[in-house]
Design a protein around this ligand. Structure first.
Ligand code: NCD
Length: 313
C-alpha cells in the first residue's frame, strides 16, 4: 500500500489489519499523555480545497499524536486563490521535503491525479484521499467499518442500510466497497433522483429500494447520509418536507427500529431533514463514536503508509 486513494487499493486483509491497528491506536485517546513516537521527524501536509470540520481536524490530531509535524493548508489562504494550478501547488508543497500528503478536492479523481504527478516526478510521497468530489472517501468508510464492528462484531452477513443523497456521496461509494469486502450486505435507499445510476459491476454489489419503511425492519445498522445541496444544480426533490416524509429517519421511523440498531451519520448532519434530533441523539446513535474512531483510523492509515512495512520511507 503506497497510497490510500480508494478502498479498491485495499484487500480484505489490509482492511482487517488497518482496523486492528486502529483498535490499538484508539487506546491512546484514553491516555493522559496522547503521544506515540512512531512518526517523529516526519512532516504531513493536509491540503484541503473543500470545507471540512471532522476530517481535517482528525487527520491533524492523528498526525500529532503520532509525533509527526502537521501543516494545514486550505485553498482559501493559499496561492490557489491567486490562480495557481493544482499541479503547481502540489509540486510546490512536496518540494519542501514533506513525507505525506492528505488531500481533499472537489474534483473526482483529483487524488489519483496528484499521485500520478508525484510518481512522474520521482517523489515517493504517500497520498491519502480525504474526499474527492463525488468519488471516494476511503478513511470515512474505514472508520464506519470500525464503528460498526465495535457495535455488531464481525460484519460478515450483516445487513447495512444506507439512506440519502447517494448520487453525490463519496461516503456511499467507499462504504459499499469496504462493507462488501468485509462480507456485509448493503441496501441503498434513496428517491429515484438521488439513486446512483450504475453502469458497472459495482452496481451488483448492493440492493436498491425506494421504500425506506419496507427495508428498515430488516436492518442490522442504518447509515443516514447528508443531502448535499452544494452539489445539486436542480430540483432533486419537491421540498425538504417531502424528502423527510419519504427518506428521513424521523421519530416514528426510529421507533420502528430494533432499539440496539446502530444509527450512523458521517456528519455534518442536517437535523430535521435527513435525520431527526431524536435519532441523532438516540442511545443507539453511533455518530460521536464515528468521530472518535476517525482519529484512531487515521492514525492507523498514517502509520501504515509512513512507518509500516512497505512504506515509502
Ligand atoms: C462527508 C464528506 O465530506 O464527504 N463528511 C465527512 O467527511 N465527515 C459527508 C458529507 O459531506 O455529507
Amino acid at each position: 500500500m503506497s497510497h490510500l486513494l480508494s478502498i479498491d487499493d485495499l484487500t480484505a486483509e489490509d482492511v482487517a489489519k488497518l482496523l486492528d491497528t486502529a483498535a490499538q491506536m484508539h487506546d491512546v485517546q484514553r491516555r493522559e499523555v496522547k503521544k506515540l513516537p512512531a512518526l517523529r521527524g516526519r512532516t504531513v501536509i493536509n491540503l484541503f480545497f473543500e470545507d471540512s470540520t471532522r476530517t481535517r481536524s482528525s487527520f491533524e490530531i492523528a498526525g500529532k499524536w503520532l509525533s509527526a509535524d502537521v501543516i494545514n493548508l486550505s485553498a482559501k489562504g493559499s496561492s490557489t486563490s491567486k490562480g495557481e494550478s493544482l499541479r503547481d501547488t502540489v509540486l510546490t508543497v512536496t518540494a519542501m521535503g514533506i513525507d505525506g500528503l492528505v488531500m481533499r478536492h472537489s474534483a473526482s479523481g483529483a487524488a489519483h491525479q496528484v499521485a500520478g504527478w508525484l510518481r512522474d516526478e520521482g517523489r515517493a510521497i504517500p497520498v491519502v484521499n480525504a474526499g474527492d468530489g463525488t468519488h471516494e472517501h476511503p478513511t470515512q468508510a474505514l472508520l464506519d467499518a470500525y464503528t460498526l464492528t465495535r457495535r455488531l462484531g464481525p460484519l460478515d452477513g450483516r445487513h447495512v442500510v444506507i439512506v440519502g443523497d447517494l448520487t453525490h456521496s463519496r461516503v456511499f461509494r467507499s462504504n459499499v466497497k469496504a462493507l462488501t469486502k468485509l462480507g456485509a450486505r448493503v441496501t441503498a435507499v434513496a428517491p429515484p433522483t438521488l439513486m446512483p445510476t450504475a453502469p458497472s459491476e459495482w452496481a451488483e454489489e448492493f440492493a436498491t429500494s425506494y421504500a425506506l419503511d419496507e427495508v428498515l425492519p430488516h436492518a442490522d445498522a442504518v447509515m443516514m447520509l447528508r443531502v448535499q445541496r452544494e452539489r445539486m444544480s436542480g430540483g432533486y426533490f419537491p421540498s425538504s418536507r417531502e424528502y423527510t416524509v419519504g427518506y428521513g429517519l424521523t421519530r416514528e421511523r426510529l421507533a420502528a427500529l430494533r432499539p440496539e440498531t446502530p444509527i450512523l451519520h458521517p456528519g455534518p448532519m442536517n437535523r430535521g431533514l435527513e435525520i431527526s434530533p431524536e435519532a441523532a441523539d438516540a442511545v443507539s446513535s453511533a455518530v460521536l463514536d464515528q468521530v472518535s474512531a476517525g482519529v484512531a483510523v487515521r492514525m492507523a492509515v498514517l502509520y501504515h503508509l509512513l512507518a509500516g512495512e512497505g512504506s515509502a520511507s
